[in-house]
Design a protein around this ligand. Structure first.
Ligand code: ACO
Length: 334
């Protein structure tokens, strides 16, 4: 059983930039409020009809080029998203059609901000067991068209951006044994807190699933108990980080760089303080992109590889927390 390796990555955001001042035209908010509470200065939002699979295709083309592979070399697509193009079928199928590789297995992962880490563990398991060779692992979201961009929805609407991040994960080969080797991934969930961050309707548990009254009440928009999410995040993230390091025989001092999910700069700053981990070793790009949920870890990871912050040999720690609740961490030796 060989381990798995990240062979190449790509990321993509749509060209339209929406600043905090742009949002202040739509709702009662200010650049100061958003910056102070979240660190976000701007985000990219799609224009027109663009689904998550379209953003993913752009990022995939880049990731395949970096890996030196073609679509036909992929034998499994894992697509992490909370904003699929359609309620069903999943966006993995739509991306597969875009790539022109009919017959290749394709599945969606519904684990929100931890979706990329759930996907990484799944890819790693498929590759280690020999069930797949090259896995296309996608995190992609179109949030902008699902937000309440009025004052009623301002606590959530200012947080989210659109984007895609992709990793091609393949077997570790003997000629390049150290390349971005996936060491371990630890995953958790606690469904007791599902309703502190959710989109409630349309829902199969309701009959009818969607009514005009529900829409008028805004129940089809994301709802969040922000303080509760914050509180859980700053407890669970340090916990899972300590746990994955311990079970692999490392300490925080061994970690060269931490790439956390980009939910809120304040969450990442508090987690760093609790860990006693140096701020300069943490990758944060939420200022430019907002929270892109399943895309945020691969986007931040790829940017840090491209700008040289991640170097060959570095021990890279990925950590995510989000709706579900779900949380997890991965260790990768670059
Ligand atoms: N602009 C201006 N005022 C606002 C805005 C806004 N965009 N949103 C809310 N307010 C107001 C509220 O109405 C409230 O006013 P009031 O005091 O008159 O009632 C005031 O600001 C404070 O509101 P709170 O919700 O208490 O603000 P808080 O300090 O908790 O900050 C925030 C809100 C930023 C969402 C915070 O709770 C948070 O960061 N939570 C973490 C959740 C998170 O990051 N989620 C991301 C998605 S989940 C994930 O990816 C993990």
């Amino acid at each position: 059983m060989s381990g798995s390796t990240i062979l190449g990555m790509g990321h993509y955001v749509p060209p339209r930039v929406v600043t905090n001042n742009d949002l202040a035209i739509l709702m009662d908010t200010t650049d100061e409020w958003i910056t102070q509470r979240t660190g976000i200065k701007e985000r990219h939002w799609i224009e027109g009809d663009v689904g998550a699979s379209e953003l993913a295709e752009h990022a995939t083309r880049g990731a395949l080029a970096e890996a030196g592979l073609e679509p036909k070399d992929i034998d499994l697509i894992l697509f992490a998203t909370l904003s699929p193009d359609l309620n069903f079928p999943g966006s993995a199928c739509l991306l597969q059609a875009r790539l022109g590789i009919p017959g290749v297995a394709a599945m969606d992962i519904r684990n929100q901000c931890t979706g990329f880490l759930y996907g990484l563990k799944t890819a790693d398991a498929y590759i280690r067991s020999g069930l797949a060779r090259n896995v296309l692992l996608v995190g992609a979201e179109v949030h902008s068209t699902g937000l309440d961009v009025t004052t009623r929805g301002r606590d959530v609407a200012v947080l989210f951006g659109d984007g895609a991040g992709v990793a091609v994960v393949g077997p570790q080969t003997s000629d390049d044994p150290g390349a971005a080797h996936v060491i371990d991934t630890e995953l958790h969930a606690d469904g007791r807190f599902a309703e502190i961050l959710m989109v409630e309707v349309p829902a199969s548990r309701l009959n009818p699933r969607l009514t005009l009254e529900m829409m008028e009440a805004g129940r089809h928009f994301p709802k969040m108990d922000g303080r509760s999410v914050f509180k859980h995040a700053v407890e669970r993230l340090p916990e899972v980080i300590h746990s994955i390091l311990k079970r692999n025989g490392y300490t925080l001092a061994d970690v060269d760089i931490l790439v956390p999910h980009q939910a809120n700069l304040r969450i990442n700053e508090m987690v760093a303080r609790q860990l006693g981990f140096p701020a300069e070793k943490i990758v944060n790009n939420i200022q430019k992109y907002g929270n892109t949920t399943a895309a945020s870890i691969p986007m931040a990871l790829h940017e840090a590889v491209q700008d040289g912050r991640i170097q060959k040999g570095h021990l890279v720690l990925l950590a995510g927390f989000g709706a579900g609740l779900t949380w997890g961490a991965s260790l990768v030796r670059w």
